[in-house]
Design a binder for this molecule. Structure first.
Ligand SMILES: [Zn+2]
Length: 410
C-alpha cells in the first residue's frame, strides 16, 4: 500500500476463478459411498469428564489425539526445522492458507508438489481457509454473499476469496485436513451481527463441501455463533445436516473470559457427533487445553509455545518462566529439571538468558524447542491418563502444580 491513490489490480492466482488450479481427479466411488479417507476412532472416553483419546487417520499418518498442532504460518514453524519437529514427535502441523497464498503464491507450491514437498514435511498438514486472516489482517473491501474482496497486507494488491477458491487453494496446497471458509466473529459481537454472519458462514460451508473435488483430504466444518447459545446450537445442528469429517469450534479464544469460552466449548461438544474429531481453533494455554480436553475437544493449535519461546518465556510444569529475568543470571540449572529436551539436556538458564541478552538466534531456537517439547509432552501425558482412566487426577495435579508458580496467566 505504498500509493493509496493507485487502484490495486486483482491479482491472478489467489482467486481460483481468475487462475483456476487444476483439480485433483474426482473419486466418484468414494463420493457415492459417502466415505472419505480420513477416519477417526475414539479409543477411550473418560468415565467422569468428557475427555477422549482417539486416532485420526490421514494420508500422511495416524494422529494420536488429543493433539497439539504447532503453527507453521509461512510454511515453517518459526525457528524450527521439520527434522526438529519430527524429533520432538509432532505428526501434524498447521499451515496458513492466506499467508501462503499471498506469498509465495499457491501456484509455485503446487508445482513444487504441494506444501509437504515445498517445506520438506512428510507428516500431516491442516490448513485453515484463509478467512481468519482476511477478516483480521487484510484490509477488507467488501463482504458479499459469494465471497470477500480484500487487499493484501503485504503489497495492497486486491484479491477475492470465495468458498470455492478457499477449497481449491487448500487442495492446491495438498492439505490433509481442510477448513471451510467462515467468518470468525469478534468478541464482543452483537447478536444480530453474529446471526447474519452465521447464516453466511453456513451457506459458505455448503458451497465448500460442494466444491471439494477429492476425498483424500478431510474437510472440517466450523461452528460459529459468537457467545450466543442459540446461535451455537443452530450452527452445530446445521453443520451436522451438511455433514463433515470433523468439526472445528471457531470464534473463541478471541478475547472473551475463559469461563465464557469453556461454557461455549461445552455446549458445542455436547451437541457434536461423538464419532468425529473436534478441533478448538487458536487455543491455548496448558490449563485451557486441559479444560477443553475435559469437555471433549481432540485437537488444538496455538502460536503460544512458539511466540512465547521467541520472547524468552518458557512453559514448565511449574508455570511460565521468563528467562530474560535477572534472577536467572547465575542460575546453572536447566530450564526445567527432568525435561528431556535438547535445551534442558545441554544448556543452563544462565546461558539461555545470556543468549537472549546478546540477541543470539540460538536462544530463540532453544526456548522454542523446549516449549514445543513441553506441549507435546503435555498432550502425550493427557492421552496416557485418558487411556489409563486417570485423567481427572492428572488434570487436577497438573493445574495445582502449574498454578503454584504462576497464578496470573496460565
Ligand atoms: Zn526442556
Amino acid at each position: 500500500m505504498k500509493n493509496k491513490s493507485q487502484i490495486p489490480r486483482l491479482r491472478r492466482g489467489y482467486d481460483g476463478q481468475a487462475n483456476p488450479l487444476p483439480s485433483p481427479k474426482r473419486n466418484s466411488g468414494s463420493e457415492q459411498a459417502g466415505k472419505s479417507q480420513p477416519e477417526f476412532t475414539v479409543l477411550r472416553k473418560d468415565d467422569i469428564t468428557g475427555a477422549r483419546a482417539g486416532n485420526l487417520t490421514t494420508r500422511h499418518g495416524v494422529i494420536e489425539t488429543p493433539v497439539f498442532m504447532p503453527v507453521g504460518t509461512q510454511g515453517t514453524v518459526k525457528t524450527m526445522s521439520p527434522e526438529e519437529l519430527k524429533e520432538i514427535g509432532f505428526g501434524i502441523i498447521l499451515g496458513n492458507t492466506y499467508h501462503l497464498a499471498m506469498r509465495p503464491g499457491v501456484e509455485i507450491i503446487r508445482r513444487a508438489g504441494g506444501l509437504h514437498r515445498f517445506m520438506n514435511w512428510d507428516r500431516a498438514i491442516l490448513t485453515d481457509s484463509g478467512g481468519y486472516q482476511v477478516f483480521s489482517l487484510a484490509s477488507l473491501r467488501e463482504i458479499k454473499e459469494d465471497g470477500v474482496t480484500f487487499q493484501s497486507h503485504i503489497d495492497g494488491s486486491l484479491h477475492f476469496l470465495s468458498p470455492e477458491s478457499a477449497i481449491r487453494i487448500q487442495e492446491g496446497l495438498g492439505s490433509d485436513i481442510m477448513m471451510v471458509l467462515d467468518e470468525c466473529t469478534p468478541y464482543p459481537c452483537e447478536h444480530d451481527y453474529a446471526c447474519n454472519s452465521l447464516e453466511r458462514s453456513l451457506q459458505w460451508a455448503i458451497q465448500c463441501k460442494n466444491t471439494r473435488s477429492s476425498f483424500d483430504a478431510a474437510l472440517f466444518g466450523i461452528v460459529q455463533g459468537g457467545t450466543y447459545a442459540d446461535l451455537r446450537r443452530k450452527s452445530v445442528e446445521e453443520l451436522k445436516k451438511i455433514g463433515f469429517d470433523g468439526y472445528a469450534i471457531g470464534g473463541l479464544s478471541v478475547g472473551e473470559p475463559r469461563g465464557v469460552m469453556l461454557e461455549n466449548v461445552e455446549l458445542c461438544t455436547s451437541l457434536l457427533p461423538e464419532d468425529r474429531p473436534r478441533y478448538l481453533m487458536g487455543c491455548g494455554t496448558p490449563v485451557e487445553i486441559l479444560e477443553a480436553v475435559a469437555r471433549g475437544v481432540d485437537m488444538f493449535d496455538c502460536v503460544m509455545p512458539t511466540r512465547n519461546g521467541r520472547n524468552g518465556t518458557a512453559f514448565t510444569r511449574a508455570g511460565k518462566l521468563p528467562i530474560k529475568n535477572g534472577a536467572y543470571k547465575e542460575d546453572l540449572a536447566p530450564l526445567e529439571k527432568g525435561c528431556g529436551c535438547v535445551a534442558c539436556r545441554g544448556y543452563t538458564r544462565a546461558y539461555l538468558r545470556h543468549l537472549f541478552n546478546a540477541n543470539e538466534i540460538l536462544g530463540l531456537r532453544l526456548v522454542t524447542y523446549h516449549n514445543l517439547f513441553f506441549y507435546h509432552w503435555l498432550m502425550a501425558e493427557i492421552r496416557r491418563a485418558i487411556l489409563e482412566g486417570t485423567f481427572p487426577r492428572f488434570k487436577e495435579e497438573f493445574i495445582a502444580g502449574y498454578r503454584s508458580q504462576d497464578s496470573s496467566k496460565q
